[in-house]
Design a protein around this ligand. Structure first.
Ligand SMILES: *Cc1c(COP(=O)(O)O)cnc(C)c1O
Length: 373
């Protein structure tokens, strides 16, 4: 088998061959193998995961759900649907569940895009938007960011008769920027009704009470709005893969038609139900993140490094020779995320961890900068 130049890749359509694969955070096990390090000595601050793990209530629910995994999951997620509907004041038929919120982004693309459609997203926005666009053979339109944030007027101006979808991450990954609610509402009022807007709110739980999204309540006014939420971040369920979208029932209907019948596994459904019933865990996660964000941003400033003020559970900072610094961090057992593939080659993104993990990151970074002088 010649894997460097597969004989059959030409069978895939050109738009598939043009896809640049998603680059995730390096797994701890992989770095341990590569560098000959002990896994216990490695700190991973690369994928915006919850350093507290998961809710103890979710842990019990998972143990119980494991007893029944010989059965198919409930493809309609009846019990979880009721809990989500109740908690977020949604009608059950407004909700679509996904194998991670990535699945929601993809379902929106699969349900609404054909190969001549255009999709708008911002420069420096989440890498999955161009991926799901390209996978449909649709045309992605990347609108330049403004001060690393989404430029909503420019995104509006990019709409053409072919535009079918607009992706917006709020807060955005990897920049951590937040759009004001008023600006977003004005934007929604100006977007033509035949253009769907996917508002990706994977980090909403990390926002202060006053900054939190009101987008669920906007659904009554905008049939073309899809709000997506994740259980991977503040709820800590990244490995289980579960998220949901909320939208007009007719939009949900189309997304459900292209969904795999059993896309969300039973353990994830049980864990999500329990997680939504543990506000205390989310509050602890929020508080830890606030403190850790202060610890890391103060540490970066002390090192003379500038960063993009972030509303999420990570922060991107500028550093000379970012790729080299990243390599040195890896050699010292610290995994952060290089974001050159997001058009930010001079930045690294670090997720907020436990106090000790943040301290380790800062001290290793300080050593590296010192030895580079
Ligand atoms: C992490 C993240 C998600 C969540 O993805 P899941 O599939 O739910 O794990 C979605 N959108 C953005 C912008 C993210 O950073």
């Amino acid at each position: 088998m010649n894997s460097s130049q597969s004989a059959l890749s030409h069978l895939a359509p050109e738009y598939i061959r043009a896809i640049a694969p998603y680059q995730g955070g390096k797994p701890i096990s992989e770095l341990a193998r590569e560098m000959g390090l002990q896994e216990a000595d490695i700190v991973k601050l690369a994928s915006n995961e919850n350093p507290l793990g998961i809710s103890p209530k979710a842990e019990s629910a998972i143990q119980e759900a494991l007893l029944d995994i010989a059965r198919y999951p409930d493809g309609n997620a009846f019990a979880l649907r009721a809990v989500v509907a109740n908690k977020f004041k949604l009608a059950p038929e407004q909700i679509v569940f996904g194998n991670g919120s990535n699945d929601i982004l993809e379902l929106a693309a699969r349900a609404f895009l054909s190969s001549n459609a255009e999709v708008i997203y911002s420069q420096h926005a989440f890498a999955v938007y161009p991926l799901v666009t390209q996978a449909m053979g649709a045309h992605g339109v990347e609108v330049p960011a403004k001060d690393y944030a989404h430029d909503l007027p420019a995104m509006l101006a990019a709409i053409t008769p072919k535009t079918r979808l607009i992706f917006i991450a709020n807060p955005n990954n990897p920049t951590g920027t937040l759009l004001a609610k008023e600006a977003l509402l004005t934007f929604m009022q100006q977007v033509p009704k035949q253009v769907l807007v996917v508002l990706d709110e994977a980090y909403d739980e990390y926002l202060s009470a006053q900054d939190k999204s009101l987008a669920f309540s906007w659904l009554a006014d905008f049939d073309n709005l899809i709000v997506s939420r994740s259980f991977s971040k503040a709820y800590g369920l990244a490995g289980l893969r579960i998220g949901f979208g909320a939208c007009h029932p007719s939009v949900a209907d189309m997304m459900n038609r292209v969904r795999q019948p059993f896309n969300v596994n039973s353990v994830a459904q049980a864990a999500a139900i329990a997680s939504l019933q543990d506000d205390d865990f989310v509050a602890r996660s929020y508080a830890l993140n606030q403190a850790g964000m202060l610890q890391i941003t103060q540490g970066l400033s002390q090192l003379g490094l500038s960063y993009i003020p972030s509303y999420a559970n990570f922060v991107s900072f500028a550093v000379n020779e970012a790729a080299k610094v990243n390599q040195a961090l890896l050699q010292n057992g610290v995994i952060v995320r290089p974001i050159a593939n997001y058009g930010m080659p001079d930045y690294l993104r670090v997720s907020i961890g436990l106090f000790s993990e943040n301290a380790r990151f800062l001290s290793v970074l300080a050593q590296i900068l010192k030895s580079n002088q």
